[in-house]
Design a protein around this ligand. Structure first.
Ligand SMILES: Nc1ccn([C@H]2C[C@H](O)[C@@H](COP(=O)(O)O)O2)c(=O)n1
Ligand SMILES: [Zn+2]
Length: 191
């Protein structure tokens, strides 16, 4: 039996893949880690940029942050150097880490039982803040400082309090954001 024109158009669309959902979307974990990496792009630190994203049990983002100078401490005036003769002239005594900022930037009453996604495994100072805030899980991408005492201390504390931590292994090396893509016609055969 011949289908009316309306139905045959629908079936044509289906055959072209337009009535089926996309299968190359970001999964939740990729989305949260990518959000942390996007936040890191805001950092003014010339040598290392870190981002963090706090997520609740409903997969809602409740805080995002990146490493930067405290509010009111000008990032043009405070130092970004590392190996200076006086510690007062390097960044370390001043900069707020991404994890601390993501937790303090929370838009919910608290971050109890949340998960934090972060580019680099948390240092001991951030580990303490994570523990005190009630976060229950840490997902990190790099653990490049694992041999350093402060990062060993973080793991000792997380183990003691039962905070789960695991390394995120991305499916894709890169996720592209293309601002011009919004104007593409998805029905156009050329795209
Ligand atoms: N988990 C981390 C580790 C480090 N940071 C920040 C702090 C500094 O801005 C920078 C580390 O400086 P580096 O010695 O690598 O030049 O990264 C952070 O926010 N979160
Ligand atoms: Zn830290």
């Amino acid at each position: 039996m011949d289908l009316p024109q309306k139905f045959s158009d629908l079936s044509l669309e289906k055959n072209n893949g337009h009535s089926k959902k996309r299968d190359d979307y970001l999964d939740w974990r990729e989305y949260f880690m990518a959000t942390a990496f996007l936040a890191a792009k805001r950092s003014k630190d010339p040598s290392f940029q870190v981002g963090a994203c706090v997520v609740n049990k409903d997969n809602k983002i409740v805080g995002v942050g990146y490493n930067g100078m405290p509010i009111g401490c000008s990032d043009d005036e405070f130092p970004w150097g590392k190996n200076t003769p006086s510690p007062l002239d390097s960044k370390y005594l001043y900069v707020c880490h991404a994890e601390m900022n993501a937790i303090l930037n929370k838009n919910s009453a608290d971050v109890k039982d949340c998960t934090i996604y972060v580019g680099l495994f948390p240092c001991n100072e951030c580990a303490k803040i994570i523990i005190q805030s009630g976060i229950k899980e840490v997902v990190y991408l790099s653990d490049k400082n694992a041999h350093k005492s402060m990062y060993i201390a973080s793991k000792k504390m997380f183990d003691a309090v039962g905070i789960k931590y695991w390394q995120f292994i991305p499916r894709h090396e890169k996720i592209e954001i293309n601002f011009t893509g919004i104007d593409w016609d998805c029905m156009s055969p050329s795209k």
